[in-house]
Design a protein. Structure first.
Lengths: 126, 256
C-alpha cells in the first residue's frame, strides 16, 4: 500500500488551526482560566493532528506499529485516549471538590451555631 | 432547652466494642434532617417535647426554600445549610455537632413525621439492654405500622441479603430505616466520613466493615405526613443497583 502524503493545503489548514488554538489556550492560561495541566491536555487537540500532518512518515510508522491500516484512525484513537485521561482526572477533581464543598457548608452552619451559643453565653453573663 | 439528661443504669457488660452505659447522666442529641418540612417539623418537635425527656434537638435544615428553619427555630437549635447537600450531608452535620459537643448518643429521626418520637426511649432501652454501636429502629421485626410498598420491601430484602451475607457485626432487617441511635464510637466514626448517596444502608456497610456492631429494635413507623418519597418508579431500580454496588465496593475496600 502506498503511503498518501497530506497535501500542502491540508498542512497549512491544520498548522493554522493548531497555532490559533494554542495561542487562544495560552492566553486563557495566562489569564488564569486554565492551569498548566489543562493547557497541556487541551492543546493535544491541536498537537496530535499537527504531528500527524507535519510528520506523515512518523504517522505511518505508528499506524504500522499499532497494526491499524489508516493513520487517521490512530490519530482519533490518540485523541480519544487524551480525552479519556482528561475526563478521568476531571472526575477525580470534581469528586474532591464536591467533598470539600460539602465539608465547607457543614462547617459554616456549625460555626454559626457556635457563634450563636457564644453570643447567648455573653448575653447571659452581661 | 433544659438539660434534664437521661439516666442510664449500668446493667450490661461491654461487648463487640460498644461502650457499656455508665451510671449517671448521658447526653442525647436528636438529629432531625429536614428539607422543606415546614408542615411537619413543628408537630414533630412538639411531640418530642411532649415525651418530657428533655432531649437536645438539632434540626438540620438542608437548604429548604420554605419556612422550615423559622418553624423549627421556635423549639430547637437549627443548623442551616447554605445549599442542599442531601440526607447524608445533613445527617453528618448533626453527627459532627454531636461529636464536638461531646454527646454520648445521637439519634436520627426523619423530619417528615414518619417516626414516632416515643420510640426514642425504645432505642435507648435497647442500648441499655444490649449496647451496640448502632441501634436501628426496624419496621420489619414486628411488621407493625406503615411498611411501604411491596416492591420497595422486595428491594430492601435484597439489600438485607447483601449486608448480612457480606458483613458480620449484626443481623439487619431494615437497613433503610432513618431512625437509628449512634453511640460515641459510631459518632466519632461517622463524623469523619459519612456516605452522601443512599446513606442509610451504605453507612451500615461502612460501619460493619470498620468493626462497629449493629442491632435492631422493633419500632412502629407512620406513613409520611407530608411530601412524597424521592425514590419512586424508575429511580427505585437505579437506587437498588447503586446501593448494591456501593455495598459490594465497601466489602472489597480494606477497612481503614
Amino acid at each position: 500500500m502506498t503511503d498518501a502524503l497530506p497535501s500542502p493545503e491540508t498542512v497549512v489548514v491544520i498548522s493554522a488551526f493548531a497555532l490559533i488554538y494554542m495561542l487562544m489556550l495560552l492566553r486563557k492560561t495566562l489569564q488564569g482560566k486554565f492551569d498548566l495541566y489543562d493547557f497541556l491536555m487541551l492543546s493535544m487537540v491541536a498537537i496530535i493532528p499537527a504531528g500527524f500532518t507535519l510528520f506523515p512518515t512518523l504517522a505511518y510508522l505508528v499506524s504500522h506499529l499499532t497494526g491499524v491500516v489508516f493513520p487517521f484512525v490512530v490519530m482519533f484513537g490518540a485523541l480519544f485516549l487524551v480525552v479519556f485521561a482528561f475526563m478521568h482526572n476531571m472526575t477525580a477533581r470534581l469528586h474532591r471538590l464536591e467533598r470539600q464543598n460539602c465539608a465547607l457548608i457543614q462547617e459554616q452552619s456549625l460555626l454559626v451555631l457556635e457563634l450563636q451559643a457564644k453570643q447567648g453565653r455573653q448575653g447571659v453573663e452581661s | 432547652m433544659a438539660d434534664m439528661g437521661l439516666r442510664l443504669d449500668s446493667t450490661n457488660t461491654c461487648h463487640n466494642g460498644a461502650a457499656a452505659p455508665q451510671q449517671g447522666t448521658s447526653r442525647v442529641l436528636i438529629i432531625i434532617p429536614c428539607f422543606n418540612e415546614e408542615a411537619s417539623v413543628g408537630g414533630l418537635l412538639s411531640e418530642i417535647a411532649a415525651t418530657g425527656r428533655g432531649y437536645h434537638t438539632l434540626v438540620v435544615d438542608d437548604g429548604s426554600s420554605d419556612a422550615t428553619s423559622a418553624v423549627a427555630s421556635c423549639r430547637s437549635l437549627v443548623a442551616r445549610l447554605a445549599q442542599n447537600l442531601g440526607i447524608g450531608g445533613a445527617v453528618q452535620t448533626g453527627i459532627k455537632y454531636a461529636a464536638r459537643q461531646d454527646f454520648d448518643f445521637c439519634i436520627q429521626i426523619d423530619g417528615d413525621g414518619q417516626h414516632d418520637p416515643r420510640a426514642i426511649e425504645t432505642l435507648l432501652e435497647a442500648y441499655r439492654r444490649d449496647p451496640t454501636n448502632i441501634t436501628i429502629g426496624s419496621r420489619f421485626i414486628d411488621h407493625a405500622g406503615f411498611c411501604s410498598t411491596r416492591m420497595r420491601r422486595a428491594g430492601i430484602r435484597l439489600i438485607v441479603l447483601a449486608l448480612n451475607g457480606l458483613f458480620s457485626g449484626g443481623r439487619i432487617t431494615d437497613p433503610t430505616s432513618g431512625m437509628r441511635l449512634l453511640d460515641r464510637s459510631a459518632i466519632a466514626f461517622f463524623a469523619k466520613a459519612y456516605p452522601t448517596d443512599f446513606p442509610e444502608p451504605i453507612s451500615l456497610a461502612w460501619a460493619m466493615r470498620a468493626g462497629l456492631t449493629v442491632s435492631e429494635v422493633p419500632v412502629e413507623m407512620r406513613a409520611r405526613e407530608t411530601g412524597v418519597s424521592s425514590i419512586d418508579g424508575f429511580k427505585s431500580a437505579s437506587y437498588m443497583i447503586r446501593v448494591l454496588g456501593y455495598i459490594l465496593l465497601a466489602r472489597l475496600v480494606r477497612a481503614s
